[in-house]
Structures are given as C-alpha cells and as structure tokens.
Design a protein around this ligand. Structure first.
Ligand SMILES: [Zn+2]
Length: 317
C-alpha cells in the first residue's frame, strides 16, 4: 500500500550546488526530518565518526544512536565497511548498463544487503522521529537510482541545478568539512575541466533517469531559490504533498535555524540561529577568466538549456 511507504524527498544534483541551507530549512518543518547526505552514513558516520550536524561525533549523537539501535538494529546487523564498499561500487558511470534487464538483475542481487540496510535505516529514521517526510541530500544519481528501486520507498526527486561556473569555483576552493583547527578535515578539490564534465554528465543522467521515468520529479535552480526562498520552500511542500504548519522564516530572506542531525554535508549545516540567505556570486569576480571561459565552453548547451545565458533568467536576472 502506498500509504505505508516511506516518503523521501531526495535532493539530487551536483555537489556544491548550495543545497545545504535548503535541506536545513526543510528539516525544520513540522513532520519533516533532514538527515543530510545519508549515503555517507557507513563511512563518515559509523567508520570515521565525523561530526553530526548537532556538533557531536556521530557515534556519540543520541539521535543516531537511537536510530542505529532501533530494531532490526543496523549497527549490530550490518558491517559498515562492507556497506561502504558496496555503496561505492555502484557509480553514475554504471547507470547505462542497467538498461539491460540481465545487468539490472545482477546489480540488485549483488547489492541486496546494501539495499536492505538502506531501507532499514530509513525505516528506523521514520519510526524513531515519527516524521512524514525524510529529506536526504545525498545528491548522488547512482544512489538515487537504487532508492527508486526500493519497494518500501515513495521517492520524490528534487533536482537542484546551479550555474556550472559557480559549482566549479566552489570546487576550486579549499574548504573545511567540519569545524576544528587541531585536526582539520578538508573537502576535496577539483579542477575546472573535470568539474565541467561531471556537471554535464550528472545533469544529463538525472534528466534521463528520473525526469523521463515518470516518477515524482522537479527541477529547482539554486539561483531561483535564493531569489525567493520562502516561496521556493512553499512550492516544495506542495510538490511532496505534505503540508507544514509553520515555516522558519522571519523575513523574506532570513530564517531561524535550529540544531539538526545531518549525517554529512558541508560546513553550512552547523549554522544555527538567524541565517540570511543570499546569492553567492563570488565566482563572478574571483574565478579566473580562463577557468570561467573553459567551464562556459564545455557546459554551453546545458547552460543555455537551464537559462544561464540569458539576462532575464541567468545569474544577473
Ligand atoms: Zn546529532
């Protein structure tokens, strides 16, 4: 029965697309819970014990301890290292092979333990929190593909798109994953060429697999979200069909954020209190002209498609 399914709002797209604050806002809505990038729970959570969004190391966070011990007790039933390896073994480049039924069957058989553990984790999150919607911002298309084939999950896909040049600029910067100066934990960096290619591939696969599949799918541009955050959140609530009694906005662009339990994500997830949502356009002045030109050239058709090359709809609109 559809009513018994676990409803998940899955934020998909390229990393560094400015989705963290959106996920934090959604997680504060009545009946919603945001768990950050759940795909990484086995590695960054159980194995490496990185900080939860609440500021406590994952294995010491009460929220995650309760969930991991909730029957069938994922912490006792599964080996996080095995699950991490299984999860990493299926990537976006493997998606095309799944159009062949034999390959698909083989894949689901090979990843059966992984898929069962993931389903059990969402089930435990729903049972412990009593939430109607779980917001997962893993963004990974291969992981999203697996979720879309889990019979207990009612998946809503929110495809967040951000200007490729802003994404590539963000990847070029040295950024911390979590606070702390004694043992700094940095996000990986990538050059403009690889960023541009990945941006194309991810968006293409996401459209191919989710938009055309007839599943619940919606596109959102980061630039449109920061222009009208409150209206955007209201439209996402409509999209998932689960009303929320109040929104955390204190003005058109300011929100009041509480502590969250995102398992993984960027530094923004640790922000609490009054947070102003603003359009980050640093890439326009700080990204080198050569890098900007390279990324523009390599992503030209999609930049045009998503309206980034017209004054009316682009970054300057
Ligand atoms: Zn926590």
């Amino acid at each position: 029965m559809n009513d018994k399914k676990i409803k998940i709002l899955f934020i998909i797209g390229n990393n560094r697309s400015g989705t963290t604050i959106l996920q934090n806002i959604l997680g504060q809505l009545d009946g919603y819970v945001s768990v950050g990038e759940l795909k990484y729970i086995w590695d960054r959570g159980f194995l490496r014990n990185k900080l939860c969004g609440c500021g406590v190391p994952f294995r010491e966070c009460e929220f995650w301890t309760t969930i991991s011990e909730h029957p069938p007790s994922i912490i006792n039933k599964y080996d996080p290292y095995q699950l991490f390896q299984l999860g990493e073994s299926f990537r976006v480049q493997h998606l095309p092979s799944t159009v062949i039924p034999y390959n698909r069957k083989k894949l689901f058989s090979r990843l059966a333990t992984y898929m069962e553990a993931v389903e059990n984790t969402y089930q435990a999150i729903q049972s412990v929190t009593g939430s109607r919607i779980i917001v997962d911002s893993s963004k990974n298309p291969a992981y999203g593909y697996l979720l879309s084939h889990m019979s207990s999950i009612d998946l809503h896909i929110l495809h967040v798109i951000r200007d490729s040049r802003a994404v590539a600029y963000s990847w070029s910067k040295k950024k911390l994953f979590q606070p702390g100066t004694t043992n700094p934990y940095y996000m990986p960096q990538k050059g403009p060429l690889i960023c541009a290619l990945q941006w194309n591939v991810r968006n293409a696969f996401i459209e191919l697999w989710f938009q055309r599949s007839g599943k619940n799918y919606r596109q959102l541009r980061y630039e449109d979200f920061v222009k009208a955050p409150c209206q955007t959140v209201e439209s996402i609530i409509d999209f998932v069909g689960e009303p929320a009694t109040s929104l955390p906005f204190i003005s058109d662009t300011d929100v009041l954020l509480e502590k969250n339990h995102s398992v993984f994500g960027n530094l923004v997830r640790f922000q609490t209190g009054k947070v102003s949502i603003r359009h980050d356009v640093a890439w326009m002045s700080k990204f080198s002209n050569l890098s900007k030109a390279l990324v523009t050239l390599l992503t030209l058709p999609w930049l045009f498609k998503y309206g980034y090359l017209t004054k009316k709809n682009g970054e300057k609109g």
